[in-house]
Design a protein around this ligand. Structure first.
Ligand SMILES: CC(C)(COP(=O)(O)OP(=O)(O)OC[C@H]1O[C@@H](n2cnc3c(N)ncnc32)[C@H](O)[C@@H]1OP(=O)(O)O)[C@@H](O)C(=O)NCCC(=O)NCCS
Length: 154
């Protein structure tokens, strides 16, 4: 069930350390605060943070012309499985439409069944595969490319 006491706020470069911490909770090779800062300083990169009131999840997207991309997203462990990931994703898609996006793409590790299920439930379908895209120690994992039409009318 979605927790409506959690607000979504716009992310800026000042939130970089917070994003680094949440990302580190969700990925084996977390992105640095400097990486987040560099992304959020780009005018076509948009981020949303869930606050409860402490930050507990975020999503980052980039729009170039009419193509949008989910760059990354994560929900902190104790806040998972309560609808927050889906809420962040729906919110990002809503704002992509407003910035003129027609389609949205993302990449997800082929073994990340939770994220795949989240994206499939939101209407993303597989449109490609990058073989051995992710390296984990000595294991290579494919990336699935998933896409969704976000605006039919443009
Ligand atoms: C993927 C992630 C963002 C999902 O966040 P979340 O807040 O737990 O997701 P939600 O509660 O909104 O669930 C949305 C959907 O995700 C799927 N899902 C969530 N948790 C799941 C689980 N433990 N097992 C299987 N599917 C799951 C379901 O399809 C669910 O829809 P449903 O509730 O209608 O069945 C979160 O697990 C996470 O941060 N994972 C680590 C980082 C990551 O993998 N990011 C995505 C990289 S591409």
């Amino acid at each position: 069930m979605t927790d409506n006491t959690i607000d979504l706020i716009k992310a800026s470069a000042t939130h970089s350390s917070v994003l680094e911490a949440i990302h580190g909770d969700g990925f084996p090779a977390p992105w640095s605060a400097e990486s987040f800062s560099g992304l959020l300083e780009q005018p076509n990169v948009h981020g949303w943070i869930a606050v409860s009131p402490e930050p507990c999840g975020f999503i980052l997207s980039r729009t170039v012309a009419d193509e949008a991309e989910i760059l990354t997203m994560a929900v902190a462990g104790p806040h998972r499985c309560m609808g927050l990931g889906r809420r962040l994703l729906d919110n990002a898609i809503h704002h992509m439409k407003q910035t003129g996006a027609k389609t949205c793409h993302l990449e997800v590790a082929a073994d990340n069944h939770t994220a795949h299920s989240l994206y499939a439930g939101a209407g993303f379908t597989e449109t490609g595969r990058r073989r051995g895209y992710y390296r984990r120690s000595d294991v290579a994992v494919d990336a699935l490319v998933m896409s969704k039409t976000v605006c039919e009318t443009r």
